[in-house]
Design a protein around this ligand. Structure first.
Ligand SMILES: [Zn+2]
Length: 300
């Protein structure tokens, strides 16, 4: 089943059908949808079926671009390649952050540049997907910008990002934007909630009574390997924001006081997220600040 569905994808399909393609697209939004759409759009570019049916999953090009288990990348090129192909299609390139990397590295952008300097293998369209584009460092963004300024012929660059805010304005302005709508957050409580979210929400329910030492102990859980600590800090911030949102809704419904402390904490968590994503902040420090903010909001 094609992921090229929904409103955002209509734009991509229309481009395919008309043959009027931009040299760069920026697909942004939460979850896996932008990423899947980028992959399917890249596959659709080389597919030989009629535009409305692409990617058909049946033609020779689609069989070559079919992916079972993508190769793991390594931004340093030591343990794995800097870039991979979509399936084993030579004209579809894919770059993302390696599982052990905090950034998409400049060497990866350069590898794309070099690969694109050679002509298309099949003489048709080529595509390069930069997934995790918000994790490009400044240097890599500048290299990417040069590529966008002088796009190789018949080549489509597809940038995928959760939020476009971390990208240079000069990059954003060179891309056709495709915005994917936010999806409803998964529940915090009850049967449908994932155990770790339910557990975290239960801990937040008690946070008003926690003392400073308890909060510092809690923040200790965000030490260690930065990639996994940062991922855990992300889910703390995300779940914390949702917990605050539910609390505000409840306060407003009951009408017994102003939700000011909760709204302050909400802004504090947003600032934490920015520091974590854009300033490479220490996850433990970020967790400390977030937990203190949540404590202040919930303290009796
Ligand atoms: Zn096909």
């Amino acid at each position: 089943m094609s992921a090229l569905q929904g409103e955002a994808a209509t734009l991509l399909h229309r481009a395919l059908a008309s043959g009027r393609l931009h040299s760069a697209y920026l697909l942004s939004g939460p979850g896996e949808a932008p990423r899947e759409a980028a992959r399917d759009f890249a596959r659709a570019l080389v597919c030989t079926a009629e535009p409305a049916a692409r990617p058909c999953d049946d033609c020779r090009e689609c069989r070559r671009s079919h992916e079972d288990e993508p190769v793991e990348l390594d931004g340093a090129g030591k343990r794995g390649p800097l870039l991979r192909h979509v399936g084993d299609h030579p004209d579809l390139l894919w770059v993302e952050r390696g599982p052990g990397d905090t950034r998409v590295r400049i060497a990866q952008v350069r590898a794309v540049q070099n690969a694109l300097r050679l002509g298309a293998n099949e003489g048709g369209w080529r595509a390069a997907v930069i997934a995790d584009a918000e994790w490009l460092n400044q240097e890599a963004q500048n290299a990417l910008l040069r590529l966008l300024e002088e796009p190789p012929p018949q080549t489509c660059m597809l940038l995928v990002t959760a939020s476009a805010a971390g990208l240079l304005a000069t990059i954003r302005s060179r891309c056709q934007r495709v915005v994917f709508p936010p999806t409803a957050p998964p529940p915090l409580r009850g049967e449908g909630a994932a155990p770790e979210r339910r557990e975290l929400a239960a801990r937040f329910d008690q946070i008003g009574d926690a003392g400073l030492p308890d909060l510092l102990d809690w923040a200790e859980e965000f030490r260690g390997d930065r990639v996994s600590a940062a991922a855990r800090a992300h889910s703390l911030l995300e779940t914390g924001s949702q917990w605050l949102r539910e609390r505000v809704r409840e306060l407003v419904r009951r009408g017994d006081r102003d939700p000011h402390p909760e709204l302050d904490a909400f802004s504090a968590l947003a600032a934490c997220r920015k520091d974590l994503d854009q300033r490479n902040a220490n996850p433990q420090m970020v967790a400390e600040r977030a937990l203190l903010a949540l404590h202040r909001a919930a303290a009796p």
